[in-house]
Design a binder for this molecule. Structure first.
Ligand SMILES: [Zn+2]
Length: 276
């Protein structure tokens, strides 16, 4: 590293030369301490935090992919505690939407709701150059590990998301909206805020929530753009998927949606709800 010192600095005083030597020594120590950390993070695991309200709910999994969407996680944990049933799986890292990891000393990040297909992983990593292939492989392995561990017996996934003012709303799925081509059916309620809606993958869920005056989007399971999201993967695996999407400050609306999901489960998954 000595070559960083410009030629004109050879006339430095003794104290300053000693200080530089000390600085190099300290740098070496810092490097020696940080190097093993790179080694430790060489195999990626998704940062999953599990919060259970009581007994697990067989065949039903609750998922919270975005750590910055705090209202939906807080309300869901409270709800599961009230029901004394079910577990919520959160991808949690520093209250950020994204998860960051290191490969060969280079930092990569991904959106946890864009990692469930190879195409989605390639897009969300947005990587090039050194370590990219390794990063893709590690992420792919970590996702497969997560699926094997938690999702193989799943028949219904309930995802929880929050949006912010000016962000995603049900309008994006309406005719002319940027997500309209992903939609098979859309039901708009005159009683619900446009930020609060269900995004589902089955006709029966669509009808169930639309009848109860919620906004509902039915994903077009064949036409939907492969962005690597959980709903795309769920449709491919023929696992039912319900996303409870609500404004970040719309706690009351979200609570009503969670109660509607609970009623839906009692109706369509009675054996799961009753099982102990
Ligand atoms: Zn989200």
């Amino acid at each position: 590293m000595g070559w960083f010192i410009p030629m004109g600095h050879y006339g430095l005083g003794l104290i300053r030369r000693l200080w530089i030597l000390l600085w190099f020594a300290a740098s070496s120590l810092v490097y020696a301490q940080t190097a093993p950390q790179f080694h430790q993070t060489s195999k990626l695991h998704l940062p999953v935090v599990i919060s259970c309200g009581g007994q697990p709910w067989s065949h039903i999994v609750w998922l919270h992919p975005h750590a910055n969407e705090t209202t939906s996680a807080d309300l869901a944990i409270q709800f599961l505690r009230q029901q004394q049933r079910g577990c919520l799986y959160r991808f949690s890292q520093s209250h950020s939407r994204y998860v960051t990891f290191l490969v060969q000393g280079k930092s990569y990040r991904f959106d946890p709701n864009r990692i469930f297909t190879p195409k989605g992983r390639a897009q969300t990593l947005n990587c090039g150059g050194r370590g990219c292939k390794e990063a893709q492989q590690q992420l792919s392995q970590a996702v497969n590990e997560f699926i094997q561990q938690y999702l193989t017996q799943t028949r219904l996934m309930v995802a929880l998301h929050n949006n912010r003012v000016g962000g995603l709303s049900v309008k994006h799925y309406a005719a002319g909206g940027d997500l309209a081509t992903n939609v098979a059916r859309l039901s708009l309620s005159d009683q619900a805020n446009r930020d609060d809606f269900f995004y589902v993958t089955t006709d029966r869920a669509f009808d169930f929530f639309a009848r109860r005056h919620f906004n509902v989007v039915l994903q077009h399971n064949r036409q939907v753009r492969d962005d690597g999201s959980l709903s795309v993967w769920a449709a491919d695996q023929q696992i039912e998927y319900i996303n409870v999407e609500a404004g970040i400050h719309h706690a009351m609306a979200q609570q009503a949606m969670l109660e509607a999901v609970w009623t839906y489960m009692q109706y369509y998954y009675p054996e799961s709800v009753a099982a102990h």
